[in-house]
Write a protein that binds this ligand. Sequence first.
Ligand code: DGL
Length: 254
Amino acid sequence: MKIGVFDSGVGGMTVLSELRRRFAKTHFVYLGDTAHVPYGTKSSAQVRKLSAECARTLSAQGISALVVACNTASSLALGEIREACGPGIQVLGVVEPGVSAALEALQQKPLGAPVLVLATKATVKSGLYGRLLREKGVTVFEQACPLLVPLIEEGWTDHPVLHQVVEEYVSSYRKSHPTGVALLGCTHYPWIQEAFQRALPGWTVVNSAQAIASALSCIVGTTDPSTGSRSQESQVDWIFTDPDAIPEFVLPLA
Ligand code: DGL
């Protein structure tokens, strides 16, 4: 079975790592649209067009399911991606698994504790995370963090500037709420999960990668936990629309 994983760039590798751990014998095709990243600052029309093009490229690879690892594409372009893939390919976005993971973490919190969605501008503007969570009666805040993707891609994942920017984005929520759930609604943010946790003591920071892997297992009907070394892990074919635009810090993951 071949499974496609699509992201606007390299951020989806945080999701792919979890999928490779859970689906040891699966053949993955990863497409990172490095020629057009970031999607998070683009218009919804641009995100839809670019996402559909990438979906067509991946569907030509003979995949039977597609994980849209990019939160921005999942929020804005799932319909176009499904249309581009056609009926033979199951398409899974990351927003619903992320919402499920946040709701699960919220069960451990006092009644009325909020969910803070941290995401790109385009994801926040789509309002999808907020709508799905409010439908469940949850208090939701959505914070766009546009400075973080460039800092992470620069490899500044533990840099004082990164910590200062994270503090700017989250301090008002920490001051108004001693506890809550912070949902990482962008593929890049798992790389700085500790920075968010440091800025939000008392909060639970949720990375939805595990929930995405579980949702995929429901779709493809199996999980195949890897118990051994990396050499037993799944095969990955890499497609980058601009191979020269891959940030150096992710190269050990490829
Ligand atoms: N992959 C995008 C996301 O998860 C983040 C990077 C971008 O802006 O393209 O929303």
